[in-house]
Ligand binder design. Sequence first.
Ligand SMILES: NC(=O)c1ccc[n+]([C@@H]2O[C@H](COP(=O)([O-])OP(=O)(O)OC[C@H]3O[C@@H](n4cnc5c(N)ncnc54)[C@H](O)[C@@H]3O)[C@@H](O)[C@H]2O)c1
Length: 338
Amino acid sequence: MIVGGLLTVAPVFGPLGKTLHYLDDFIAERPQPMLSKAISECLSRHPAVAYLFLVRPLTQRKLPPEFRNGLKQQQNKKENTMNQNTMNEVKDKVAIVTGAASGIGRATVDLLHARGAMVVAEDINPAVVEVFKDNKRIVPFVGDVATESAAQKVVALALERFGKLDILVNNAATIVYKRVVEMTLEEWDRILAVNLTGVFLHSREAVRAMIPKKSGAIVNIGSYACFFGFPAIAAYCASKGGLSQLTRVLAVENIQHGIRVNAVGAGDVVTNLLNHFMPDGREFLAQHGKNAPIGRAAQPEEIAEVVAFLASERASFLVGSVVMADGGYSVQVGPTVT
Ligand SMILES: NC(=O)c1ccc[n+]([C@@H]2O[C@H](COP(=O)([O-])OP(=O)(O)OC[C@H]3O[C@@H](n4cnc5c(N)ncnc54)[C@H](O)[C@@H]3O)[C@@H](O)[C@H]2O)c1
């Protein structure tokens, strides 16, 4: 209402109307790549007017039709190129994804498969067999990532079934919710064994298979807990902190062999991760996600997109990065206040 009213009276005010037209000309005269620069220039000179300009429908502007058509064509071209690139980015690559029966792991298997990869899907939960049955390009494997034998067997399986290994996604993890004062050694050891030793074992076996062919990508699933401490999840935080350091060392050791190692620092994602110690872990994660500047938790597919990117050649210059995909959680201090 207010904006509409302002727009109606805008032409009445000479300088205001004049500036709107100035903005139209300013933008119409400039080639598309300069558009955002032009707008920000105008915004800094005439904030109120520029705002009115931006909220006016496109049809009300003086933009010539060629400009609008050109803009559309350019957008379509960009979308098509992106689709072709992304749809084929892991075509015929062979991947192992751990923790594949649920959440981020499952979404990652689905996405890599959809983009042309062959996948060995590992999980301690035998349900993984049912989840990925009847698909010739996805082979389920039941194993505990914390064991040396599972790491060796899963890599051997990838080589036997698909002839090579290009991608390893170290995703499996578990969590215990207890303060240090109450935690048993057994609980501590188990979290570290799954979340950190499992990454070491699988990465070691994977690089042994990747080094001879001088290429590969490893993506480790980290968390904002790679960098921050939260009460009652000490072992989990320690394991994720360790994972980020292991990522860096693996990266600098193996880039000489054409193997890139990176991690994703996930924020809250609506999955079953907490379900074994709270009645509705998914709801907890959904609510906790609201503390991030983005105001919500992620869906597993949003993290899978980052994994696919890091696993692909599009990320050719990323070595040892922990790419934060956390809705901005880690760039603020304290909860978001709006
Ligand atoms: N959900 C979140 O909010 C969140 C946030 C940050 C990071 N992460 C990370 O994302 C990754 C995936 O977790 P998720 O949220 O999808 O949880 P999830 O519980 O839905 O999936 C984890 C999977 O790992 C499997 N797994 C557990 N222990 C295993 C073992 N020893 N061997 C093999 N498989 C095992 C589980 O059976 C399960 O299928 C984890 O590394 C987790 O730390 C999750």
